[in-house]
Design a protein around this ligand. Structure first.
Ligand SMILES: Nc1ncnc2c1ncn2[C@@H]1O[C@H](COP(=O)(O)OP(=O)(O)O)[C@@H](O)[C@H]1O
Ligand SMILES: [Mg+2]
Length: 439
């Protein structure tokens, strides 16, 4: 017998419950008064499927992700013929949507099918009230499924090794190579992609997109509106300017943003914060938002990962530890990048020294080196532009072009150094200067 937790508006609660119970295959374990009641009953293991209406107060993508985490499938119940509500329920990540007036066998079939979904747990009557780590459930249907883009996470340990520099320039280079690219600033410790590219955004795009995702209203059009257009193939979702706003980027909502981003761009390049420790372990309140969850969610969702470390002894030691820690979380195998490689920091033949250290202490056999290039990077920072625009022949730019080509599958044979100087500007890739637009 499949157990159900219902949290429906009074007008539908009676008829839907009666239809389900009449089948003999479904038992209504609890009729929940509100979302808190539903979450508590789900956490306590009282039901396998939750029935929710879009008008349930506080219902959000995060709440549905919570239900999934404790192994409860969610079926949305919509008013008959109300397509807007149905769409919103889909965008919140429910497993199925049925009309409240559907024939009883259809209602029962929807509940039974949802209960069969992978990750849906048998109710556990011995479960306590806290949210235990539940099985993984794949959430979040997308609206457009053709030509799904790839998510590239750019991570690095603490100490400003150059994550943002690499993320921004990789995004620009991928766009220059002809790929539709969306650059996302998901640094929950204070993003600076907007500043790096001198775009003025009165409201951080990532916060607005995450909020929209949480409300179930984020679709392709909404995301395209929130992302600033920096060129024909480059968009950016700006980050939170102050670290104190980190709660606006929650993991589940960010996953949805990336998922929709895959429909918007061939490459979704995400600049993430350094922290990898799961702050859930630091808190007894497991419903509280978790600051590092954004990074962990991006790494989990990513198809490719660039790990950026610095070149001086302290940065290298941090990088070795960081790479070890990275091995303990769900993430793609990193493409290791050592940035700011210079003899002054590590001695003569710095590239060989870096390769030897990382091979010895982190088992890294393949790494990509970006030279220290303060002249070009300072000029880029001052101008608020990418290297492709203001220092197209700089050594750091060549290294990043080669890295982008490698990621894009063009292979190492693409010689970035032979790219005509200033090509990005001439082709108008970044033709916006000073006037980014939203579509
Ligand atoms: N290869 C490089 N050569 C010289 N300076 C660099 C290089 N990469 C990054 N920088 C500089 O280092 C500083 C920190 O870089 P940033 O990308 O903001 O680090 P993170 O995002 O890891 O905190 C910036 O001033 C940037 O211009
Ligand atoms: Mg940064």
């Amino acid at each position: 017998m499949t157990t159900v937790l219902s949290a429906l508006a009074p007008r539908w609660d009676g008829p839907v419950v009666a239809a389900l119970e009449g089948s003999g295959q479904v038992r209504i374990a609890r009729r929940c008064a509100d979302l808190a009641d539903l979450l508590a009953a789900a956490a306590a293991g009282h039901g396998r499927v939750a029935l929710v209406g879009a008008d349930l107060r506080g219902l959000s993508l995060s709440a549905i992700a919570r239900l999934h985490e404790v192994g409860v499938a969610v079926v949305g119940v919509s008013d008959p013929g109300d397509e807007a509500t149905e769409l919103r329920l889909w965008q919140l990540g429910v497993a199925a949507v049925v009309e409240a007036t559907a024939a009883p066998p259809d209602l029962v079939a929807a509940v039974l099918a949802a209960a069969q979904a992978p990750g849906v747990a048998e109710p556990d009557p011995t479960a306590g009230d806290g949210f235990a780590a539940g099985p993984e459930v794949s959430v979040l249907p997308v609206l457009v499924r053709e030509q799904r883009g790839r998510v590239l996470a750019v991570w690095g340990p603490a100490g400003a090794p150059g994550r943002t520099t690499v993320a921004v320039n990789l995004a620009v280079e991928l766009a220059t190579l002809g790929h539709e690219t969306l650059l996302v600033d998901a640094d929950t410790y204070g993003g600076c992609v907007a500043q790096t590219l001198s775009v003025l955004d009165e409201a951080p795009g990532i916060a607005a997109a995450a909020r929209s995702a949480d409300l179930g209203t984020l679709d392709l059009v909404a995301l395209a509106r929130l992302a600033l257009v920096l060129g024909p193939r480059l968009r950016v979702l700006t980050g939170i300017p102050t670290a104190s706003r980190w709660t606006e980027i929650r993991g589940a909502a960010l996953e949805r943003v990336l998922d929709v981003g895959r429909s918007l761009a061939a490459w979704v390049v995400v600049d993430v914060a350094a922290g990898l420790e799961d702050d859930e372990e630091l808190s007894y309140d497991t419903l509280a938002p978790r600051r590092n969850q954004a990074t962990l969610s991006v790494l989990d969702a990513a198809d490719a990962l660039v790990a950026v470390g610095g070149c001086d002894p302290v940065s290298l030691q941090r990088f070795v530890r960081g790479l070890q820690e990275l091995g303990t979380v769900r993430a793609p195998t990193p493409l290791v990048v050592v940035n700011r490689v210079r003899p002054g920091a590590i001695g003569s033949d710095p590239e060989r020294q870096v390769r030897e250290s990382l091979a010895r202490f982190a088992g890294v056999g393949d790494l990509h080196v970006v030279p220290d290039d303060p002249v070009a990077l300072d000029a880029a920072m001052l101008a608020g532009r990418a290297l492709a625009e203001c220092a197209p022949t700089a050594p750091s730019r060549r290294a990043l072009t080669a890295l982008a080509a490698r990621l894009a599958g063009a292979g190492d044979h693409v010689d970035a150094g032979h790219r005509p100087a200033g090509s990005a500007r001439r082709t108008g890739l970044l033709g916006r200067r000073g006037d980014p637009t939203r579509i």
